[in-house]
Design a binder for this molecule. Structure first.
Ligand SMILES: *[C@@H]1O[C@H](CO)[C@@H](O)[C@H](O)[C@H]1NC(C)=O
Ligand SMILES: *[C@@H]1O[C@H](CO)[C@@H](O)[C@H](O)[C@H]1NC(C)=O
Ligand SMILES: *[C@@H]1O[C@H](CO)[C@@H](O)[C@H](O)[C@H]1NC(C)=O
Length: 806
């Protein structure tokens, strides 16, 4: 039995050992060129350089972070007047008796911490505070006195202190919100970014006037409150809001931090200290309880950017664009939305004054949304039709809100948008897309070349397609189609849709069924899909309504032809078309609703589907494609096979959607004047070449998708440095196959590894499918035979080994 004395000696030894480890002696240096950092005694916190962001290896920030948890969450960064210090590669930080100096490799000083007193050593404390200490053991500089957006237990904010949010989740530059003292009260305000000018507050903690000196305290136990001092009688003032609960906190089990998040909420988070517990930060409590409605200023955009609206989801604000608008920056949902069309007076695009507004604009009705401060007119008493007419004929009017005989007209930019129920109808004005005029995104030589031809027929189509590209969800797969010539197909006159079982719906009926096109299910290259509910007349109640607003008038006859083809299809692995709407400008398709979302949601979501389920998905999709290519009346090439276009029903059956529509975009499948631009990894190479497009493009896409199903990862993923070879799945899978290490493709997936025979065969099949040359690829019928194991799979050549063959 070990005696207590033994433990005592051991602990003393241990303590001294790490104490030396915890001190930073004078003239110590950290450089961006090595991964060293200064650790606290327990190793829980580290001080050192961190990359500015994942992809930027040329710039670094000086930071303090939680070192033991896998997130390595940053709690402090070095700043000069609220500007993040960005240190180029090669910079170093040195501790001298004068303090800390951060210099570039050329010796330019970027940042300093220079106390008045001579420093004898520095220490990263276990509280997360980096301190400089003088000879008589006094802290002469503390990172705790220069907080950025985060407070830690034992850290307090005093009268001149501020917390400034970062710009976005991963961008540590100074952002759009601040928490600060003004008098004795604590306030939170939006900033007029990029300046530090403060707009009206949206949250405050009021300190009664008979108290002097107050501070925002985050105590050792994890509680946060304002402490005031009146003749040394401390009083605690609690934060007030429904989401700021009184809690029993346990700082022995959890790390706590309080961060002014980049969307303006002061949130207290917890993370288990136990590295075996489920990792990740959880929200403990926060103020204000609804940031979406808390900010209410004449100036500034609110939590979300301009022209968007905000709602609380999972205790966080989420920003959405109204119908007809899309995110300005796809990677930043808080960055605001832009119009996908021009708002003007009709004569704006040289159409002449004789064009009626009715032919240019339409309204979509939305409920439970408002932009309360963007009004410029309020009309009363007024009817809803009058309200809509008034907005229609008013070039300034972007949105009209109608409620109880009052009509508010709103102008751009729309600010302070929020989800808010109150019975108001929001009439969103959008340009009718067939005549739409949209500025192409970015320079586009092919577009410019076509444009100069001033071909009346081509122009609207091009623009319609470009509108499509602004709303395609997955940027990686955004495919822009350009047509230089159109050759309308011959249509058999007099044919009707009676031969199919399709319902024909009126526009009004579908508008009603979708509650005014309110609940968006997704967006694709053809338009937006809404959820809807039909009255008993149809066999299935819940439906998905796809608005084909990318079509133009000339395609009308083809629309009917295609509809007939789609209507006749019937296969377990195809999404069933129930009906359509073909009224005036409006083209819509009504499909059965699939409760389990898309294959992409399932494959790339949190819980990976098990191997056997994935095997069934792949077999089902392959069967669906065989049917489309060979078994239905007229062969249908899908042209856009990807996990986003595969839907999953209640019984986990994979069903192909969006089939039969490609021809509405591509004038003639076999012509070579069709050009598609896409991202390597999904799109068959012949799209870029002067060769006919055949059913083999679907085989290629199926191959790429089969690899995704096998590996449960996306076709193209940005990888950290050192793993770049994995970025493009098709390339990586070929490399792994050629090098005989296919097991690395399904690392940690024991079920897949247990089925190694199938795994190897299927990877071989995938490689056959993604052969560069279409004639090398098998047909879908051969693919299904190989997948089912009926036919042996020969060893595939490298897909790129025939590159030299013309
Ligand atoms: C480390 O810090 C302790 C005080 O916490 C001090 O007594 C000791 O001298 C320091 N060690 C070194 C090597 O500076
Ligand atoms: C250390 O700092 C404290 C506080 O500033 C000061 O009172 C003390 O004299 C300093 N000690 C030395 C040796 O300078
Ligand atoms: C952070 O955002 C600001 C403002 O948009 C931008 O200027 C800066 O380049 C961004 N920094 C990084 C590392 O992306």
């Amino acid at each position: 039995m070990a005696s207590p004395v033994f433990f005592y000696i051991i602990s003393i030894l241990f303590l001294q050992l790490v104490l030396v480890f915890g001190n930073v002696t004078l003239s110590s240096i950290l450089s961006t060129n090595n991964n060293n950092s200064w650790l606290s005694l327990s190793g829980e916190f580290a001080f050192g350089f961190r990359q500015l962001n994942k992809n930027n290896t040329n710039f670094f920030m000086l930071a303090i972070w939680y070192n033991k948890i896998s997130d390595k969450t940053i709690v402090w960064t070095a700043q000069n007047d609220n500007n993040l210090v960005q240190a180029p590669k090669g910079s170093q930080i040195q501790l001298t008796s004068g303090g800390l100096t951060l210099t570039t490799s050329q010796g330019d000083s970027l940042w300093t911490a220079q106390p008045n007193n001579a420093v004898s050593y520095g220490t990263m404390l276990d509280t997360g505070n980096f301190v400089l200490v003088n000879k008589t053991s006094t802290f002469v500089w503390e990172s705790f006195n220069f907080p950025t957006d985060t407070l830690l237990p034992k850290q307090s904010l005093y009268l001149s202190g501020t917390l400034t949010s970062r710009f976005s989740e991963t961008n540590f530059s100074s952002g759009r919100f601040q928490l600060y003292f003004n008098g004795d009260n604590v306030w939170m305000s939006p900033l007029a970014w990029p300046t530090q000018f403060r707009y009206n507050f949206y949250y405050r903690i009021v300190v009664p006037s008979n108290f002097d000196s107050s501070s925002l305290v985050f105590d050792e136990l994890g509680d946060i409150y304002v402490e005031t001092n009146n003749n040394n009688n401390g009083t605690r003032i609690k934060l007030q809001d429904t989401k700021w609960k009184n809690l029993v906190l346990d700082s022995k089990l959890y790390y706590y931090r309080a961060t002014l998040d980049y969307y303006g909420v002061l949130t207290q988070y917890s993370h288990p200290r136990d590295i075996n517990a489920t990792q990740g930060w959880s929200i403990v409590r926060y103020v204000p309880d609804n940031i979406c409605i808390a900010i209410f200023n004449e100036k500034g955009s609110g939590t979300c950017g301009y022209n968007s609206y905000c709602s609380m989801e999972n205790q966080r604000p989420s920003c959405k664009c109204p119908y007809g608008y899309s995110l300005i920056d796809q990677s930043n949902q808080f960055g605001g939305c832009q119009l996908n069309f021009t708002l003007g007076c009709g004569a704006d695009n040289g159409e002449g004054l004789n064009v009626k507004q009715e032919d240019l604009y339409e309204f979509t009705v939305v409920k439970d949304v408002d932009w309360p401060l963007s009004d410029y007119e309020e009309m009363h008493p007024y009817s809803q039709p009058d309200c809509q007419q008034s907005c229609l004929h008013d070039c300034m009017c972007a949105i009209a809100v109608f409620n109880n005989q009052t009509c508010w007209k709103k102008r751009l930019p729309l600010a302070n948008g929020r989800a808010q129920s109150g019975g108001q109808l929001v009439l969103v004005k959008t340009r009718i897309t067939p005549l739409g005029r949209v500025t192409p995104l970015g320079p586009n030589p092919s577009f410019a070349a076509n444009d100069s031809k001033k071909d009346d027929q081509v122009k609207p189509i091009l623009q319609g397609l470009l509108i499509g590209s602004t709303v395609i969800n997955s940027i990686l797969l955004a495919v822009v189609v350009f047509l230089t010539l159109l050759k309308p197909k011959r249509v058999v006159q007099g044919a009707t849709l009676f031969e199919t079982n399709l319902h024909s719906f009126s526009y009004e009926a579908l508008k009603e069924a979708t509650w005014g096109f309110r609940e968006e299910l997704g967006r694709g290259s053809f338009g937006i899909v809404y959820k809807g509910e039909l009255k008993a007349e149809a066999s299935c109640n819940v439906v998905a309504v796809k608005r084909l607003d990318r079509l133009i008038e000339d395609r009308e006859k083809e629309f009917k032809t295609e509809l007939r083809a789609i209507g006749k299809t019937c296969h377990k692995n195809l999404v069933r078309l129930i009906g359509f709407c073909d009224e005036g400008m409006h083209r819509m398709l009504v499909y059965e609703f699939m409760s389990n979302g898309t294959l992409a949601d399932i494959l790339f979501g949190q819980n990976k589907p098990i191997w056997n389920v994935r095997v069934e998905f792949a077999l089902g999709i392959a069967r669906g494609l065989v049917y489309l290519h060979e078994e239905c009346d007229s062969s249908i090439i899908h042209c856009d096979i990807k996990p986003q276009n595969i839907l999953i029903d209640d019984y986990f059956t994979a069903k192909i959607s969006d089939f039969g529509l490609a021809k509405l975009l591509l004038a003639d499948q076999s012509r070579t004047n069709t050009m598609i631009r896409g991202t390597r990894g999904y799109v068959a190479p012949e799209w870029f070449k002067n060769v006919p497009v055949t059913a083999k493009v679907d085989v290629y896409s199926f191959g790429a998708m089969l690899l995704e199903i096998i590996c449960c990862r996306r076709s193209v993923v940005l990888m950290e440095s050192g793993e770049e070879e994995k970025a493009i799945l098709t390339d990586w899978a070929c490399d792994c196959y050629m090098e005989g290490r296919i097991d690395t493709l399904v690392e940690n997936d024991q079920e897949a590894l247990d089925d190694i025979g199938r795994l190897e065969n299927w990877i071989k099949i995938a490689i056959w499918c993604i052969q560069e040359h279409p004639e090398m690829r098998p047909t879908m019928r051969m693919v299904i035979q190989m997948l089912e194991g009926v036919v042996e799979v020969p060893n595939p050549p490298s897909p790129f080994s025939f590159d030299s063959i013309p």
